[in-house]
Design a protein around this ligand. Sequence first.
Ligand SMILES: O=P(O)(O)OC[C@H]1O[C@H](OP(=O)(O)OP(=O)(O)O)[C@H](O)[C@@H]1O
Ligand SMILES: O=c1cc[nH]c(=O)[nH]1
Ligand SMILES: [Mg+2]
Length: 209
Amino acid sequence: MDHLTHVKHPLVQHKLSLMRDRDTSTAVFRQLLREISQLLAYEVTRELPMTTRRIETPLQAMDAPVLAGRKLALVSILRAGNGLLDGILELVPSARVGFVGLYRDEETLKPVQYYFKVPDQLDERLVIAVDPMLATGNSSVAAIDLLKEKGAKDIRFLCLLAAPEGIARMKEAHPDVPIVTAAVDEKLNDLGYIVPGLGDAGDRMFGTK
Ligand SMILES: O=P(O)(O)OC[C@H]1O[C@H](OP(=O)(O)OP(=O)(O)O)[C@H](O)[C@@H]1O
Ligand SMILES: O=c1cc[nH]c(=O)[nH]1
Ligand SMILES: [Mg+2]
């Protein structure tokens, strides 16, 4: 996979524009994120290995293509990652799930860790880490550091919005981790928010401030 995949599908872009709109309610924001997560999941799982299984259709036998049963782990970077996680889990219900709890200190923009729980045998799994926002990249780099410490070797990062600064930081720290995103925005503002962006994803999703 390329280091950066920008998903430009019209449905993704349309839904993302609705999410960016400040007048979009919490309920609609959450629903749109769920819908987009499934479209992005399509992209991030595109190269999953396949095998075949002998089955009988009502008409005849065939070697039907099926997933090779590669172990998949989805890792949500809390809180906002859960907005992407839920929709993907509907598509791949057998995936194992991990959580990395991080929040950004508003002054330093450094991530503060408060939780970590991931499935075992990460070294044997394709690990898809999800967080809607890639801003400075401090959170995603820290989360992926932790996953690598636990043995993960094949990691992908799925987000909704990425800033050029965050993409560069990820490329420097984790060049082996492909990023899939629905948009690459202009820049970060002085407070470290992505602009034009959509605001604070966690707050918009959960109705907090
Ligand atoms: O690339 P960065 O500069 O690190 O910023 C991105 C992080 O900021 C947001 O989380 P936040 O800290 O607001 O936590 P939340 O999900 O609990 O709202 C977002 O969901 C990312 O985790
Ligand atoms: O714009 C931003 C930056 C970090 N986290 C968010 O939720 N939004
Ligand atoms: Mg937040």
